[in-house]
Design a protein around this ligand. Structure first.
Ligand code: PDD
Length: 313
């Protein structure tokens, strides 16, 4: 297993790579990132990730330091260097290195990247903890500022769930690192790609699959009050692909905050208290999620055989 790291122009030893103290990603979280899955030695849906990176950079006023061709070459070189065929490529672009001051400096952006071996979690379902969505109102930017996401995921784990299900002003947005989908009857519902969700590449790809399969989708934010009427729930993301949800839980301590954030939270930000209750359990055999995941894996299989791996065997 080998981890490859890249920093501003060269490959470095992952353990030895040191960032300058004045790196703005480190000091302000002033940057954006992407995560792409490598199947069979090739990055999956790379063009979509590169387009989203363009959007994120434009939205926060950082000039993209590379063309798509240059990014593609760098990512392929890094995968080749890692010799990993099943991996995750993570990369970020920050506003650069300059003495700490809030105003934008006139410096070149920084680029860092890692390739790590990745074995998917074998779980066939996951559980969710409903939590108030306390993030800023521009989460469609894939920003490095993930503190609310990190706290939400940790709160979910402490409550015995695998992921958080975020609810803003009574409407379900997404997970802490995944997009949320609901099925009622034959209708699939997922939040619209507005400023309140990160428009996942897996979400976009899943939407394409629904079209191919002739499934009916409405892009609207599910009201939290509707949750009990839903038959099936699933989540999508680069690392989890498409995975059904078996249970959604909630703490009665945070119930009101799902509709309206209180002036102050009670306790620390990861603590939701012990008053946990199950608000939803799967009613079906997750037919839609399973059908979509099968179609997803078929596409991955096609992709594996389509072009040559860059990893020598
Ligand atoms: N997270 N929503 C949020 C808040 C996310 O952080 C992610 C991905 C997604 C799914 O996006 P995609 O399908 O492009 O992976 C939705 C990545 C994997 C992460 O932060 O590690």
């Amino acid at each position: 297993m080998s981890v490859v790291a890249y920093w501003n122009g060269s490959f470095v030893e992952p353990e030895e790579g040191r960032l300058p103290i004045d790196e703005r990603g480190h000091q302000f979280g002033d940057g954006v990132y992407e995560v792409v899955r490598v199947y069979g030695g090739k990055p999956f849906l790379l063009d979509m990730h590169l387009n989203r990176l363009d959007d994120s950079l434009r939205l926060i006023g950082i000039e993209n330091p590379h063309t798509h061709d240059e990014w593609t070459r760098l990512i392929y070189d890094a995968i080749r260097e890692s010799r990993e065929s099943e991996a995750l490529v993570y990369w970020q672009v920050t506003r650069g290195i300059a003495p700490r001051a809030h105003l934008f400096p006139s410096v070149a952006p920084s680029v860092s990247l890692t390739v790590r071996p990745f074995s998917p979690n074998e779980s066939t379902s996951m559980t969710l903890l409903a939590l108030p969505d306390e993030r800023w109102a521009n989460v469609f930017v894939k920003s490095l500022n993930l503190l609310p996401n990190v706290l939400a995921k940790e709160a979910a784990k402490r409550a015995g769930a695998n992921e958080a299900l975020l609810v803003r002003d009574g409407r379900v947005t997404e997970g802490s690192s995944s997009n949320a989908w609901f099925v009622r009857g034959a209708q699939i519902i997922t939040a619209p790609a507005n400023r309140f969700i990160l428009n996942g590449i897996s979400r976009r790809f899943t939407l394409e699959l629904t079209q191919k399969l002739g499934l009916s989708v409405t892009e609207r934010a599910l009201s939290w009050d509707e949750i009990s009427t839903v038959d099936e729930v699933f989540m999508t993301g680069t690392t989890i692909e498409i995975i059904p949800v078996s249970e959604i839980m909630m703490s009665t301590n945070t119930q009101k905050a799902l509709y309206h954030l209180p002036d102050f939270p009670t306790g620390d930000l990861m603590d939701v208290g012990d008053n946990m209750k199950t608000v939803w359990t799967a009613r079906t055999s997750n037919r839609i999620a399973r059908e979509l995941h099968k179609a997803f894996l078929d596409e991955v299989e096609r992709f594996r055989h389509q072009a040559k791996s860059v990893v020598g065997r």
